[in-house]
Design a protein around this ligand. Structure first.
Ligand code: C6P
Length: 405
Protein backbone atom coordinates (compact mmCIF):
# COMPACT_ATOMS: atom_id res chain seq x y z
CA UNK A 1 0.00 0.00 0.00
CA UNK A 2 1.34 3.37 -1.00
CA UNK A 3 0.36 6.23 1.31
CA UNK A 4 0.24 8.73 -1.56
CA UNK A 5 -2.26 6.54 -3.40
CA UNK A 6 -4.37 6.37 -0.24
CA UNK A 7 -4.17 10.14 0.28
CA UNK A 8 -5.32 10.70 -3.29
CA UNK A 9 -8.62 9.02 -2.29
CA UNK A 10 -9.35 11.86 0.17
CA UNK A 11 -10.13 15.08 -1.74
CA UNK A 12 -10.16 17.29 1.38
CA UNK A 13 -6.48 16.55 2.03
CA UNK A 14 -5.47 18.28 -1.20
CA UNK A 15 -6.27 21.73 0.08
CA UNK A 16 -4.09 24.32 1.78
CA UNK A 17 -5.09 26.06 5.00
CA UNK A 18 -3.64 29.56 5.47
CA UNK A 19 -1.18 28.70 2.72
CA UNK A 20 0.05 25.52 4.43
CA UNK A 21 -0.71 21.92 3.44
CA UNK A 22 -3.53 20.62 5.62
CA UNK A 23 -2.14 18.38 8.39
CA UNK A 24 -5.38 16.82 9.58
CA UNK A 25 -4.67 15.35 13.01
CA UNK A 26 -8.20 15.13 14.40
CA UNK A 27 -9.50 11.81 13.14
CA UNK A 28 -10.61 10.82 16.65
CA UNK A 29 -13.19 13.61 16.41
CA UNK A 30 -14.20 12.65 12.89
CA UNK A 31 -12.35 11.04 10.02
CA UNK A 32 -12.13 12.43 6.50
CA UNK A 33 -14.07 10.68 3.73
CA UNK A 34 -12.72 8.94 0.63
CA UNK A 35 -14.15 9.69 -2.83
CA UNK A 36 -16.00 6.37 -2.86
CA UNK A 37 -18.04 7.39 0.21
CA UNK A 38 -18.75 10.89 -1.12
CA UNK A 39 -19.78 9.37 -4.45
CA UNK A 40 -22.02 6.79 -2.76
CA UNK A 41 -23.95 9.61 -1.10
CA UNK A 42 -24.38 11.67 -4.25
CA UNK A 43 -25.08 8.64 -6.42
CA UNK A 44 -27.89 7.59 -4.11
CA UNK A 45 -29.59 10.97 -4.42
CA UNK A 46 -28.93 11.23 -8.16
CA UNK A 47 -30.02 7.74 -9.18
CA UNK A 48 -31.64 5.77 -6.44
CA UNK A 49 -33.51 8.01 -3.98
CA UNK A 50 -36.69 6.44 -2.63
CA UNK A 51 -37.98 5.39 0.75
CA UNK A 52 -37.22 1.80 1.74
CA UNK A 53 -39.29 -1.20 2.86
CA UNK A 54 -42.42 0.61 1.63
CA UNK A 55 -42.60 0.94 -2.14
CA UNK A 56 -43.40 -1.74 -4.68
CA UNK A 57 -41.66 0.10 -7.50
CA UNK A 58 -38.15 -0.31 -8.91
CA UNK A 59 -36.40 2.58 -7.11
CA UNK A 60 -37.76 1.67 -3.71
CA UNK A 61 -36.84 -1.95 -4.12
CA UNK A 62 -33.30 -1.15 -5.22
CA UNK A 63 -32.87 1.37 -2.36
CA UNK A 64 -34.11 -1.30 0.07
CA UNK A 65 -31.66 -3.79 -1.38
CA UNK A 66 -28.73 -1.35 -1.07
CA UNK A 67 -29.73 -0.52 2.53
CA UNK A 68 -29.92 -4.19 3.53
CA UNK A 69 -26.68 -4.95 1.67
CA UNK A 70 -25.02 -2.33 3.87
CA UNK A 71 -26.31 -4.18 6.93
CA UNK A 72 -24.56 -7.30 5.60
CA UNK A 73 -21.36 -5.25 5.13
CA UNK A 74 -21.60 -4.23 8.80
CA UNK A 75 -22.23 -7.83 9.82
CA UNK A 76 -19.12 -8.97 7.93
CA UNK A 77 -17.06 -6.02 9.19
CA UNK A 78 -17.61 -6.82 12.88
CA UNK A 79 -18.18 -10.56 12.30
CA UNK A 80 -21.65 -10.53 13.84
CA UNK A 81 -23.39 -13.91 13.74
CA UNK A 82 -26.57 -12.43 12.20
CA UNK A 83 -27.31 -9.29 10.19
CA UNK A 84 -30.47 -8.72 12.26
CA UNK A 85 -28.24 -8.10 15.29
CA UNK A 86 -26.79 -4.99 13.60
CA UNK A 87 -29.12 -2.06 14.30
CA UNK A 88 -28.69 1.24 12.49
CA UNK A 89 -28.76 4.20 14.85
CA UNK A 90 -27.51 7.79 14.58
CA UNK A 91 -24.21 7.33 16.39
CA UNK A 92 -22.38 5.69 19.28
CA UNK A 93 -24.17 8.16 21.54
CA UNK A 94 -27.59 7.00 20.35
CA UNK A 95 -26.57 3.34 20.54
CA UNK A 96 -25.58 3.69 24.20
CA UNK A 97 -28.74 5.66 25.02
CA UNK A 98 -30.79 2.93 23.37
CA UNK A 99 -29.21 0.23 25.52
CA UNK A 100 -29.43 2.36 28.68
CA UNK A 101 -33.13 2.92 28.13
CA UNK A 102 -34.25 -0.44 26.76
CA UNK A 103 -31.91 -2.84 28.55
CA UNK A 104 -32.13 -0.60 31.64
CA UNK A 105 -35.93 -0.73 31.55
CA UNK A 106 -35.79 -4.50 31.34
CA UNK A 107 -33.07 -5.36 33.82
CA UNK A 108 -32.29 -2.57 36.29
CA UNK A 109 -34.06 -2.32 39.65
CA UNK A 110 -33.57 -0.08 42.72
CA UNK A 111 -30.28 -0.94 44.45
CA UNK A 112 -28.70 -2.38 41.29
CA UNK A 113 -25.33 -1.26 39.94
CA UNK A 114 -23.90 -0.34 36.53
CA UNK A 115 -20.12 -0.62 36.23
CA UNK A 116 -18.12 1.84 34.10
CA UNK A 117 -14.44 2.67 33.85
CA UNK A 118 -12.63 5.85 34.88
CA UNK A 119 -11.80 6.66 31.23
CA UNK A 120 -15.27 6.86 29.69
CA UNK A 121 -16.48 9.46 27.23
CA UNK A 122 -19.53 11.42 28.46
CA UNK A 123 -21.64 9.35 26.03
CA UNK A 124 -20.86 6.30 28.13
CA UNK A 125 -21.44 8.02 31.47
CA UNK A 126 -24.45 10.32 31.23
CA UNK A 127 -27.00 7.80 29.81
CA UNK A 128 -26.15 5.48 32.73
CA UNK A 129 -26.42 8.30 35.26
CA UNK A 130 -29.85 9.15 33.84
CA UNK A 131 -30.86 5.50 34.13
CA UNK A 132 -29.55 5.27 37.70
CA UNK A 133 -31.49 8.39 38.71
CA UNK A 134 -34.66 6.98 37.23
CA UNK A 135 -34.27 3.51 38.72
CA UNK A 136 -32.53 4.20 42.03
CA UNK A 137 -29.41 2.35 40.90
CA UNK A 138 -25.75 3.39 41.36
CA UNK A 139 -22.58 3.60 39.27
CA UNK A 140 -19.40 1.72 40.17
CA UNK A 141 -16.17 2.96 38.59
CA UNK A 142 -13.19 0.80 37.62
CA UNK A 143 -10.13 2.96 38.42
CA UNK A 144 -7.04 3.70 36.29
CA UNK A 145 -3.42 4.50 37.03
CA UNK A 146 -1.28 7.53 36.14
CA UNK A 147 -0.34 6.04 32.78
CA UNK A 148 -4.00 5.86 31.87
CA UNK A 149 -4.28 2.09 32.18
CA UNK A 150 -7.20 0.42 33.92
CA UNK A 151 -6.46 -1.26 37.25
CA UNK A 152 -7.76 -4.65 36.23
CA UNK A 153 -6.94 -6.25 39.57
CA UNK A 154 -9.83 -4.32 41.05
CA UNK A 155 -12.37 -5.43 38.43
CA UNK A 156 -13.41 -8.48 40.46
CA UNK A 157 -14.27 -6.19 43.40
CA UNK A 158 -16.19 -3.72 41.24
CA UNK A 159 -18.46 -6.45 39.89
CA UNK A 160 -21.00 -7.64 42.46
CA UNK A 161 -24.18 -9.73 42.32
CA UNK A 162 -26.00 -6.40 41.91
CA UNK A 163 -24.05 -5.40 38.77
CA UNK A 164 -26.44 -5.49 35.83
CA UNK A 165 -24.01 -4.34 33.12
CA UNK A 166 -20.40 -3.32 32.56
CA UNK A 167 -20.27 -0.49 29.98
CA UNK A 168 -16.69 0.18 28.96
CA UNK A 169 -14.66 1.77 26.23
CA UNK A 170 -12.45 -0.31 23.98
CA UNK A 171 -10.10 2.65 23.43
CA UNK A 172 -9.97 6.03 25.15
CA UNK A 173 -10.50 9.10 22.97
CA UNK A 174 -8.65 11.35 25.43
CA UNK A 175 -5.70 9.10 26.36
CA UNK A 176 -5.40 6.70 23.46
CA UNK A 177 -5.35 3.68 25.81
CA UNK A 178 -6.37 0.44 24.12
CA UNK A 179 -7.98 -1.69 26.80
CA UNK A 180 -7.54 -5.50 26.94
CA UNK A 181 -11.23 -5.79 26.22
CA UNK A 182 -11.43 -9.55 25.65
CA UNK A 183 -9.88 -10.21 29.04
CA UNK A 184 -12.24 -7.70 30.68
CA UNK A 185 -15.26 -9.33 29.05
CA UNK A 186 -14.10 -12.77 30.22
CA UNK A 187 -13.86 -11.57 33.83
CA UNK A 188 -17.27 -9.87 33.64
CA UNK A 189 -18.89 -12.96 32.17
CA UNK A 190 -17.34 -15.11 34.90
CA UNK A 191 -19.39 -12.89 37.24
CA UNK A 192 -22.50 -13.24 35.03
CA UNK A 193 -22.26 -9.56 34.06
CA UNK A 194 -23.06 -8.66 30.44
CA UNK A 195 -20.78 -6.13 28.73
CA UNK A 196 -21.38 -3.17 26.42
CA UNK A 197 -18.26 -2.11 24.52
CA UNK A 198 -17.98 1.50 23.32
CA UNK A 199 -16.10 0.90 20.09
CA UNK A 200 -16.20 4.49 18.80
CA UNK A 201 -12.41 4.81 18.92
CA UNK A 202 -11.32 1.24 18.23
CA UNK A 203 -13.42 0.41 15.16
CA UNK A 204 -11.45 2.65 12.75
CA UNK A 205 -8.10 1.23 13.89
CA UNK A 206 -8.30 -2.53 14.37
CA UNK A 207 -10.30 -5.54 13.27
CA UNK A 208 -13.38 -5.98 15.41
CA UNK A 209 -14.72 -9.49 15.88
CA UNK A 210 -17.74 -9.41 18.18
CA UNK A 211 -17.93 -13.20 18.27
CA UNK A 212 -14.33 -13.52 19.37
CA UNK A 213 -14.83 -10.77 21.97
CA UNK A 214 -18.13 -12.35 23.01
CA UNK A 215 -19.41 -8.87 23.96
CA UNK A 216 -23.13 -8.48 24.58
CA UNK A 217 -23.33 -5.07 22.90
CA UNK A 218 -20.88 -3.21 20.66
CA UNK A 219 -21.30 0.34 19.36
CA UNK A 220 -19.56 2.51 16.79
CA UNK A 221 -20.06 5.69 14.75
CA UNK A 222 -19.92 5.87 10.96
CA UNK A 223 -18.25 9.27 10.86
CA UNK A 224 -15.14 8.03 12.69
CA UNK A 225 -14.82 5.06 10.33
CA UNK A 226 -14.45 7.10 7.12
CA UNK A 227 -18.23 7.13 6.64
CA UNK A 228 -20.91 9.82 6.90
CA UNK A 229 -22.16 11.62 10.00
CA UNK A 230 -25.61 10.77 11.35
CA UNK A 231 -25.17 7.02 11.17
CA UNK A 232 -23.90 4.51 13.69
CA UNK A 233 -24.29 0.88 14.62
CA UNK A 234 -25.49 -0.99 17.66
CA UNK A 235 -24.62 -4.68 17.65
CA UNK A 236 -26.39 -6.73 20.30
CA UNK A 237 -26.75 -10.44 20.94
CA UNK A 238 -30.18 -11.56 19.74
CA UNK A 239 -31.16 -12.85 23.14
CA UNK A 240 -30.85 -9.33 24.60
CA UNK A 241 -32.31 -7.47 21.64
CA UNK A 242 -35.28 -9.85 21.41
CA UNK A 243 -36.15 -9.36 25.06
CA UNK A 244 -35.66 -5.58 25.17
CA UNK A 245 -38.63 -3.25 24.58
CA UNK A 246 -38.45 -0.90 21.55
CA UNK A 247 -36.54 2.38 21.84
CA UNK A 248 -38.86 4.65 19.87
CA UNK A 249 -42.36 4.18 18.48
CA UNK A 250 -43.34 4.96 14.90
CA UNK A 251 -43.40 3.54 11.41
CA UNK A 252 -41.46 0.39 10.49
CA UNK A 253 -40.94 -0.82 14.07
CA UNK A 254 -44.46 -2.25 14.24
CA UNK A 255 -46.04 -5.49 13.15
CA UNK A 256 -49.67 -4.42 13.66
CA UNK A 257 -51.23 -1.24 15.05
CA UNK A 258 -54.74 -0.64 16.31
CA UNK A 259 -55.94 1.91 18.84
CA UNK A 260 -56.33 -0.92 21.31
CA UNK A 261 -52.86 -2.48 20.92
CA UNK A 262 -49.65 -2.48 18.90
CA UNK A 263 -47.41 -5.46 18.28
CA UNK A 264 -43.80 -4.94 17.32
CA UNK A 265 -41.74 -5.90 14.30
CA UNK A 266 -38.92 -8.45 14.33
CA UNK A 267 -35.23 -7.56 14.65
CA UNK A 268 -33.64 -5.37 13.46
CA UNK A 269 -36.69 -3.26 12.53
CA UNK A 270 -38.07 -3.18 16.07
CA UNK A 271 -35.29 -0.70 16.85
CA UNK A 272 -35.40 1.30 13.61
CA UNK A 273 -38.49 3.50 13.96
CA UNK A 274 -39.27 5.93 11.14
CA UNK A 275 -37.46 6.57 7.87
CA UNK A 276 -33.79 5.83 8.53
CA UNK A 277 -30.70 7.64 7.21
CA UNK A 278 -30.83 5.62 3.98
CA UNK A 279 -28.06 7.36 2.01
CA UNK A 280 -25.80 7.40 5.06
CA UNK A 281 -26.33 3.69 5.73
CA UNK A 282 -25.44 2.85 2.13
CA UNK A 283 -22.37 5.10 2.25
CA UNK A 284 -21.34 3.55 5.58
CA UNK A 285 -21.32 0.19 3.81
CA UNK A 286 -19.02 1.74 1.19
CA UNK A 287 -16.74 3.13 3.93
CA UNK A 288 -16.37 -0.27 5.58
CA UNK A 289 -15.57 -1.82 2.21
CA UNK A 290 -12.97 0.92 1.69
CA UNK A 291 -11.28 0.07 5.02
CA UNK A 292 -11.27 -3.62 4.10
CA UNK A 293 -9.71 -2.80 0.73
CA UNK A 294 -6.83 -1.04 2.51
CA UNK A 295 -6.46 -3.95 4.93
CA UNK A 296 -6.03 -4.15 8.70
CA UNK A 297 -2.33 -5.05 8.59
CA UNK A 298 -1.50 -1.87 6.75
CA UNK A 299 -3.75 0.30 8.92
CA UNK A 300 -2.48 -1.02 12.24
CA UNK A 301 1.22 -0.99 11.24
CA UNK A 302 1.02 2.43 9.64
CA UNK A 303 -0.81 4.06 12.55
CA UNK A 304 1.47 2.43 15.12
CA UNK A 305 4.45 3.81 13.21
CA UNK A 306 2.93 7.31 13.34
CA UNK A 307 2.22 6.88 17.06
CA UNK A 308 5.78 5.75 17.84
CA UNK A 309 7.29 8.62 15.84
CA UNK A 310 5.06 11.27 17.44
CA UNK A 311 5.50 9.84 20.95
CA UNK A 312 9.26 9.86 20.66
CA UNK A 313 9.39 13.35 19.19
CA UNK A 314 6.94 14.92 21.64
CA UNK A 315 8.41 13.26 24.72
CA UNK A 316 11.85 14.57 23.81
CA UNK A 317 10.54 18.15 24.17
CA UNK A 318 11.02 19.31 27.77
CA UNK A 319 8.06 21.70 27.60
CA UNK A 320 5.59 18.95 26.59
CA UNK A 321 3.89 16.54 28.97
CA UNK A 322 2.15 13.53 27.50
CA UNK A 323 -1.17 12.63 29.12
CA UNK A 324 -1.80 8.93 28.57
CA UNK A 325 1.28 6.74 28.31
CA UNK A 326 -0.29 3.29 28.32
CA UNK A 327 1.64 0.37 26.89
CA UNK A 328 -1.10 -0.35 24.33
CA UNK A 329 -2.50 2.62 22.45
CA UNK A 330 -4.35 3.61 19.32
CA UNK A 331 -3.08 6.62 17.35
CA UNK A 332 -4.08 9.31 19.85
CA UNK A 333 -1.61 11.59 21.65
CA UNK A 334 -2.83 14.00 24.30
CA UNK A 335 -0.44 16.54 25.72
CA UNK A 336 -0.08 19.76 27.64
CA UNK A 337 2.47 22.48 26.94
CA UNK A 338 4.16 24.35 29.73
CA UNK A 339 2.91 27.95 30.01
CA UNK A 340 0.30 27.70 27.25
CA UNK A 341 -3.38 26.75 27.52
CA UNK A 342 -4.30 23.85 25.19
CA UNK A 343 -6.88 26.06 23.44
CA UNK A 344 -4.11 28.51 22.54
CA UNK A 345 -1.96 25.62 21.31
CA UNK A 346 -4.84 24.46 19.08
CA UNK A 347 -5.59 27.96 17.72
CA UNK A 348 -1.96 28.78 16.97
CA UNK A 349 -1.03 25.51 15.27
CA UNK A 350 -4.15 25.98 13.14
CA UNK A 351 -2.47 29.08 11.67
CA UNK A 352 0.17 26.67 10.32
CA UNK A 353 -2.36 24.32 8.72
CA UNK A 354 -2.42 21.84 11.61
CA UNK A 355 -5.85 20.63 12.79
CA UNK A 356 -5.78 19.18 16.31
CA UNK A 357 -8.42 19.14 19.02
CA UNK A 358 -8.06 21.03 22.29
CA UNK A 359 -10.35 20.74 25.28
CA UNK A 360 -11.69 18.13 27.67
CA UNK A 361 -12.64 15.81 24.77
CA UNK A 362 -16.03 15.07 26.38
CA UNK A 363 -14.15 13.20 29.08
CA UNK A 364 -14.15 15.59 32.05
CA UNK A 365 -13.57 12.85 34.66
CA UNK A 366 -10.27 12.05 32.90
CA UNK A 367 -9.22 15.71 33.08
CA UNK A 368 -10.17 15.76 36.79
CA UNK A 369 -8.11 12.62 37.38
CA UNK A 370 -5.00 14.24 35.87
CA UNK A 371 -5.87 17.55 37.53
CA UNK A 372 -5.81 19.52 34.29
CA UNK A 373 -8.53 21.57 32.56
CA UNK A 374 -7.83 20.28 29.07
CA UNK A 375 -5.28 18.77 26.70
CA UNK A 376 -4.20 19.31 23.13
CA UNK A 377 -4.79 16.11 21.17
CA UNK A 378 -3.35 14.85 17.90
CA UNK A 379 -5.04 11.77 16.49
CA UNK A 380 -4.22 9.78 13.38
CA UNK A 381 -6.11 8.20 10.54
CA UNK A 382 -4.90 5.84 7.84
CA UNK A 383 -4.06 8.81 5.57
CA UNK A 384 -1.62 10.62 7.91
CA UNK A 385 2.10 10.85 7.24
CA UNK A 386 5.25 11.49 9.24
CA UNK A 387 5.37 14.92 7.62
CA UNK A 388 1.96 15.78 9.18
CA UNK A 389 3.63 15.14 12.54
CA UNK A 390 6.70 17.19 11.56
CA UNK A 391 4.34 20.03 10.64
CA UNK A 392 2.79 19.80 14.13
CA UNK A 393 6.24 19.79 15.78
CA UNK A 394 7.27 22.84 13.77
CA UNK A 395 4.01 24.62 14.65
CA UNK A 396 4.57 23.90 18.37
CA UNK A 397 7.90 25.73 18.11
CA UNK A 398 5.98 28.71 16.69
CA UNK A 399 3.64 28.58 19.69
CA UNK A 400 6.72 28.88 21.94
CA UNK A 401 7.96 31.87 19.97
CA UNK A 402 4.60 33.65 20.17
CA UNK A 403 4.51 33.09 23.94
CA UNK A 404 8.19 34.12 24.17
CA UNK A 405 9.05 30.88 26.00
N1 C6P B 1 -15.51 11.34 20.56
C1 C6P B 1 -13.77 12.98 20.12
O1 C6P B 1 -13.32 14.02 19.59
P1 C6P B 1 -20.57 10.18 18.65
O2 C6P B 1 -20.43 11.65 18.92
O3 C6P B 1 -21.87 9.64 19.13
O4 C6P B 1 -20.26 9.81 17.24
O5 C6P B 1 -19.42 9.45 19.50
C2 C6P B 1 -19.40 9.61 20.88
C3 C6P B 1 -18.19 8.97 21.47
C4 C6P B 1 -18.35 7.87 22.28
N2 C6P B 1 -17.30 7.22 22.80
C5 C6P B 1 -16.05 7.60 22.54
C6 C6P B 1 -14.91 6.82 23.11
C7 C6P B 1 -15.81 8.72 21.72
O6 C6P B 1 -14.56 9.10 21.46
C8 C6P B 1 -16.90 9.43 21.18
C9 C6P B 1 -16.71 10.65 20.34
C10 C6P B 1 -15.16 12.50 19.74
O7 C6P B 1 -13.11 12.33 20.91
C11 C6P B 1 -16.16 13.61 19.82
S1 C6P B 1 -16.39 14.18 21.47
Amino acid sequence: MDINTIRADFPILKQKIYGYPLAYLDSAATSQKPDSVINALSQFYQQNNANIHRGVYYLSESATKAYENARHSVQRFINAPHAKECIFVRSTTEAINLVAQCFGHLRVQPGDEIALSAMEHHSNIVPWQMLCEKKGATLKILPMNQRGELELDTLEHILTPKTKLLAITHASNALGTLNPIKKIIDVAHAHQVPVLVDGAQSTPHLKIDVQDLDCDFFTFSGHKTYGPTGIGVLYGKSRWLESMPPYQGGGEMISHVSFAKTTYNDLPYKFEAGTPAIAEVIALGTALEYIESIGWDFIRNHEQQLLAYATEALSSLPFIKLIGTAEEKIGVISFTMEGVHPHDVGSIVDQYGVAIRAGHHCAMPIMDFFNIPATARASFGLYNTLSDIDQLLQALQEVRKIFKL
